[in-house]
Design a protein around this ligand. Sequence first.
Ligand code: F1P
Length: 352
Amino acid sequence: MVQTHTYQEIKQQPATWRQTIDLVVARAEEVKQKFANIQPDEVIFTGCGTSCYISIAAALTFQEKTGLSAKAVPASEIFLKPDAVFGKNKKTILVGSSRSGNTTEVVRAIEYARQNNLARCIAITSLPTSDLACKSDYTISLPHVQEKSVVMTSSFTNILLVSQLIAGILSGDEAYLAELKRLPEIGEDVMARVEPLAKTVGEDQNFNHFIYLGLGACFGLANEGMLKLKEMTQLFAETFNPLEFRHGPISVLNEKCRVILLSNRSIQAYERDVVDDVRKFGANAVVIGDSLEDFRCDVKIELNSGLTDLSRSVLYLPFLQLLAYYRTLKLGLNPDQPRNLGKVVVLKTRFG
Ligand code: F1P
């Protein structure tokens, strides 16, 4: 098999998670101090593309774990629609995520928030020397997560893991932190087990319309699964909340559709009914979750981690990324260099 950068970067994830955990845990006191000094009313997570989907998963996890109000917005909205984003007289922390740290929108978002005294800014990025890192009040950089591929894979899971670790540190939830620390070891096992299934599902050209379903933090992860497939293969792919899917979008289902549900254990009874409906209307249903004995579906991907819903998030990604990767190879395309895409989007329009 051709050893593409994308493949190596997907496979290296569990080892990089280990380094990320050590790096963030070593800064736990510093992180607590930053939040204690600011006492934020709200935390806003922001980014673009994959980093926007990281922000969605991070914000939902952060609020559920810490009890602090949190939300995610695309970086452009910070400086183009600030009144719709920032509450009046609220103390806000803005967390900007970006692999490159040089995406114009996220750098402008941070500059705008600081210049207008709207928020104190934290950056999470792979590049310590990037504009985002230099312009933020506080930076967590991940020098061990350097990707050569245009598509973001290990940077997604590592940046998300940083946000989860921060949520665990701030909430003082030792059980949650202990679960996160088990991810590298469990991840190695999941990576090996899901690869053959991802290859079979990805290479099956009977399906050309992919619908990803996920609720809560899984909505961010489902969006990322959708984006990987879309970026690398240009196939038709969309994302919905599983219960919202019944309110209209379900009408598109036919035998060419493959629906991939990212299951939360806490809401499985609702999800099972959605999957039954998906199959009733002739589509193929793939369910990925921890233990799925009661689901009636076409393909089950059981992670068997024993972890809680909010700890398990990054374990969904190897299957989703490898599925997209294997379809890309099947189509004779280069996963490292998707059509029309570069690693960083730089805007021509000037700021201000
Ligand atoms: C964000 C991003 C990528 C996407 C594309 C352009 O990059 O939107 O998610 O794949 O290649 O850039 P970054 O801000 O995280 O560096």
